[in-house]
Design a protein around this ligand. Structure first.
Ligand code: ADP
Ligand code: MG
Length: 389
């Protein structure tokens, strides 16, 4: 789960990381009031969306007057900001962060991720921070410093000083950078993060280091024990179908093809998507109804999949273990009765109570296309697609 820059900065401030004074604004008047209260002569207006690269897309602007603060806020809020990370359709900006503008001497990169190969939190740092870090990492990987953290010891002081020295810090700034690393590490570990990033970590004109941009991403499977983080979730930034699905206990991920998939189990979902691709079809989604799918759950699955206008056919692939094919079949028939389903539906049922499930579908009178196995199902759903488009 992602959170906004202003939320990450608040969180890191609590851990002792220096961040610019600032507050989030929802409209022009709000923005002007915040800038006046902050005082000073220059402010930065920053679009708050769950995507980076905003500076390159016009989502970070320095204002030299209150009028400019208002102007930039007005331009950003309500617009679709396109950055190298958003895709062509961009992201709707609903709020901006107004903060003090700092005079920057140099920009550094400091991040932490879980390295799955070593199974350790790994610090990633570079003296070449700022808006081009992705390019630096590609063209000049030697300028990226990596240091794995031993979980039994935690991030040690000597490691921080070593990283800081390699980043090019000297004198007091070594200690300051080390403190920021420790703080970022504590926040990362305390909050079950998957990624934490300060870019830029800036050396500013008063000689101190400050986090001018910050981003964190949290492990969705740990949110149950991180209520404070869950409260920061911004549903406007997420696919509405994915949000609705998670509310119904369904795992749904939107993709860009046209074959809707309703499947039980993530492994079977992957295999189903592979089989569809193998037959030159393109999955429109990944939907896992899980074990013990009730007819209601199946109905909700259909409703969510059909909200995607690209869906031209649906493949229901159930291998029932804990599930029961007769329940799934009842759910399918109920969904056909309740919903105006016009797309062809291919059904493959196997496992528990399959002998009861298939007759329910046949007796219903609805035109389900029955398949014997996964390959047959994928062949039929792609053929149905050709008929449907
Ligand atoms: P993004 O990473 O999405 O492009 P950033 O918040 O990193 O957005 O902003 C882009 C650039 O704008 C930074 O690299 C920095 O040079 C500048 N910047 C951001 N915030 C401030 C600030 N408070 N004061 C001065 N410059 C800033
Ligand atoms: Mg940045």
């Amino acid at each position: 789960m992602n959170i906004h820059e202003y939320q990450t900065k608040e969180l890191l401030r609590g851990y002792g990381v220096a961040v610019p004074e600032g507050r989030v604004a929802h409209n022009v008047d709000n923005a002007a009031t915040i800038a006046e209260e902050l005082g000073g002569e220059r402010w930065v207006v920053k679009a708050q969306i769950h995507a980076g690269g905003r500076g390159k897309g016009g989502g970070v602007k320095v204002a030299s007057s209150i009028d400019e603060v208002k102007q930039f806020t007005d331009e950003m809020i309500g617009s679709h900001l396109v950055t190298p990370q958003t895709g062509a359709e961009g992201r709707l900006v609903q709020r901006v962060l107004i903060e003090q503008a700092c005079a920057i001497n140099k920009e550094f990169y400091l991040g932490m991720v879980i390295d799955r190969a070593t199974q350790r939190i790994t610090v990633i740092a570079s003296a070449s921070g700022g808006m081009n870090i992705e390019e630096v990492a590609k063209t000049d990987p030697d300028r990226v410093i990596r240091e794995a953290v031993d979980p039994a010891i935690g991030l040690a002081g000597f490691q921080c000083r070593k990283i800081a020295a390699r980043m090019g810090f000297a004198g007091k700034q070594i200690g300051e950078a080390a403190k920021i690393m420790q703080a970022l590490y504590r926040a990362f570990r305390d909050k079950d993060a998957l990624l934490a990033e300060i870019n830029p970590l800036a050396d500013i004109d008063d000689g101190h280091l400050m986090a001018l941009d910050a981003k964190m991403n949290f492990d969705g499977n740990a949110l149950y024990r991180r209520k404070d983080i869950t409260e920061l979730r911004d549903f406007d930034e997420e696919d509405s179908k994915e949000v609705e699905a998670s509310g119904h206990g369904l795992n749904y991920i939107a993709l860009d093809g046209n074959v809707g998939c309703i499947v039980n189990g993530a492994g079977l979902a992957m295999a189903t998507m592979d089989a569809i691709s193998f037959h030159n079809g393109k999955p429109a989604n990944f939907l896992d109804v899980g074990g013990g799918a009730s007819p209601e759950k199946v109905g909700n699955a259909f409703r969510i999949v059909l909200q995607d206008p690209n869906v031209k056919t649906i493949l229901v692939n159930i291998f029932a273990g804990i599930n029961r094919c007769d329940w799934i079949a009842e759910g399918l028939v109920q969904a056909m009765r309740d919903q105006d389903i016009k797309v062809p539906i291919v059904v493959r049922l196997a496992g528990t109570n399959v002998e009861k499930g298939a007759p329910i579908l046949e007796a219903s009178g609805f035109p389900f296309i029955m398949a014997d196995n996964l390959d047959d199902a994928a062949t039929k759903v792609v053929a149905a697609l050709e008929g449907a488009t």
